[in-house]
Write a protein that binds this ligand. Structure first.
Ligand SMILES: Nc1nc2c(c(=O)[nH]1)N(C=O)[C@@H](CNc1ccc(C(=O)N[C@@H](CCC(=O)O)C(=O)O)cc1)CN2
Ligand SMILES: Nc1ncnc2c1ncn2[C@@H]1O[C@H](COP(=O)(O)OP(=O)(O)OP(=O)(O)O)[C@@H](O)[C@H]1O
Length: 203
């Protein structure tokens, strides 16, 4: 299945999902249990919209816990700028109707300073960690700026960890996926360590 077809099929499956608030709490609690989440002082996350795995409770909890949370601001070239979440009143509708932080924009390189990066995805390849996004290449560009030792996690509904997500050279895999049933870690490219031998990763 090509990227466009896979994208359409997941968006239509998401539209048919029943209420996912229990799943959102499960993902939130699984993440908040991990020391590498608790210890991250600067977290890049996203403010979920529509049928995406919900992050509002997670963002709020991280913020209450004292972390600085960066949220994306979509640029006209579809690259991602970043601004700080400062509570529920700090968001306003962006160019595509989704909410974005109103705070000062920190630039596309602000993601380089994050200790933890949480990203949206429509699907993730269960073997390689290659993610399928909305097709703008926004997160491919953003993830290319993240260092190899920073945990990157895509949030998924159950069933969205699939085989054979088409990979192109610009695609940036994530290190993990968080689902309601738990966190999955990918082996990554050769030499990057594996779950059995996490040589170069610190979580
Ligand atoms: N929550 C969230 N924020 C994000 C992203 C994302 O995927 N999810 N982005 C990832 O790059 C950037 C924004 N990019 C976007 C790209 C496409 C659409 C979009 O297709 N919107 C639909 C309606 C939204 C829906 O209900 O799904 C539309 O315009 O018709 C929205 C945002 C940055 N912020
Ligand atoms: N570094 C980059 N600079 C400019 N364009 C890029 C870059 N990386 C990817 N793109 C472009 O983005 C487009 C969409 O790519 P793709 O379908 O892989 O997006 P995606 O991974 O699903 O989306 P996203 O990264 O936003 O989640 C492609 O046409 C690709 O050429």
């Amino acid at each position: 299945m090509g990227k466009a077809e896979l994208r359409r099929s997941i968006i239509s499956a998401r539209a048919g999902l029943p209420d996912q608030s229990g799943s959102a709490s499960a993902i939130r609690e699984t993440l908040l249990d991990r020391p590498w989440v608790q210890m991250a002082g600067l977290v890049a996350c996203y403010w979920s919209m529509g049928t995406e795995p919900a992050t509002h409770g997670l963002v709020f909890a991280l913020w209450k816990h004292g972390a600085t949370v960066l949220l994306p601001v979509l640029r006209p070239d579809l690259d991602l700028d970043w601004a700080v979440y400062d509570g529920p009143d700090s968001l306003a509708p962006g160019p595509r109707g989704h909410l974005e932080p109103v705070d000062t924009r920190r630039g596309v390189d602000a993601i380089r300073t994050a200790a933890l990066v949480i990203v949206p995805a429509l699907a993730v390849d269960r073997v390689t960690g290659v993610r399928l996004g909305r097709g703008g290449g926004s997160y491919d560009r953003a993830l290319a700026r993240v260092g190899p030792n920073v945990p990157t996690v895509a949030l998924l509904h159950e069933g969205e960890l699939v085989e054979g997500v088409p990979a192109e050279p610009h695609d940036r895999p994530v290190a993990m996926a968080a689902l309601p049933s738990g966190i999955v870690t990918f082996a990554g490219p050769p030499g990057a360590g594996s779950p059995a031998r996490p040589a170069r990763r610190s979580w």
